[in-house]
Design a protein around this ligand. Sequence first.
Ligand SMILES: NC(=O)c1ccc[n+]([C@@H]2O[C@H](COP(=O)([O-])OP(=O)(O)OC[C@H]3O[C@@H](n4cnc5c(N)ncnc54)[C@H](OP(=O)(O)O)[C@@H]3O)[C@@H](O)[C@H]2O)c1
Length: 335
Amino acid sequence: MAVTGPTGDLGRALVPALLRNRRVGRVIGMARRPFDARSAGWRRFEYLQGDITDRHAVRELVRGADVVVHLAFAVLGASDETWELNVGGSRIVFEEAIEAGVGRIVYASSVAAYGFRDDLPARIDERQPTLGSPEHPYSAQKAAVERALEALLETSGARTQAWVMRPCIVAGPRARTLIEELPYVRAARALPGPVRSIVRSAPLLRPVLPDPGVPFQLVHEDDLARAFVAAVLGRGEPGPYNLAGPGQLTISRLARELRWHALPVPRAAVVAGGEVLRRLPFAPAELTWIHALRRPVLMRCERARKLLGWQPRRTALATLRATIEAARRAGTPLL
Ligand SMILES: NC(=O)c1ccc[n+]([C@@H]2O[C@H](COP(=O)([O-])OP(=O)(O)OC[C@H]3O[C@@H](n4cnc5c(N)ncnc54)[C@H](OP(=O)(O)O)[C@@H]3O)[C@@H](O)[C@H]2O)c1
């Protein structure tokens, strides 16, 4: 089987889970930067260095594969300039997978594909159309990729089927982007150690996160990997699957777990953007699912439970704690 983007937050949890599964044979993965699979301890794994916008590289990757997992995407840097990579590149992956006659495509879409829209119900199930939010490139591109995949499968008449996974924010000991990209954490990296110690020992100097009071979901990387493995093995049926751990969090809870402070702010302030939006966790602004904080976008996951037999083991809070703990162990300056 073949995986695009195996070296990112999801891939680093998913590939080991695939390699541990006896029903999964050889795995071949492709991303742009050099990667040493041996030192990662990934056996039965072959790494190809290549770009998904390069059709020849993708053809090489999917040749002979029975399943293609498509993870490669510009997430942090999504912008109008990433349309070619995210939408064009995904289309190439799907076209080449269909052309190669793979049985299954497992695509990592996102909760963001639904968009951050006022007309969404309080809890979203998979029947909700994925219209995206045109003003947010990541969301719009996720929605466009789902549309492209659906159209390609319809028109190709191929036997290829697609499992479209729609996770909420992913976190865990390896998937630490949520914590490591907090603006305060990024800023703290630039501070000399003694200054960080002063900030740490003075509660009043600790960061303050504005909290618009919008709940959000989190899924643990290992729980997510289990859902993807089930899809890779063809459990359930083709189609979309919402994926979120039990429970929900707020920015105030995040701040408390980091031993920081939170300041309630009206949602209108978030909508207005500007300073408040820049100071929210998950910024930089390129992390467009930040806009989920403009209004709750919460998913129901009954379909994954019923059809994939998926039972997430970690709550949102347990996942957050595991991520923070791992970040501390890794020496991330959390102030
Ligand atoms: N993380 C989350 O919270 C979350 C939530 C919902 C959905 N998702 C989706 O899950 C997928 C994986 O996300 P992630 O968090 O693992 O992302 P990530 O940590 O940014 O990793 C992205 C991976 O894709 C590779 N890649 C990027 N551009 C590429 C290109 N042009 N050609 C080949 N490889 C490329 C990267 O390696 P190189 O840079 O070396 O190429 C890396 O292996 C994405 O589709 C994302 O939208 C993520």
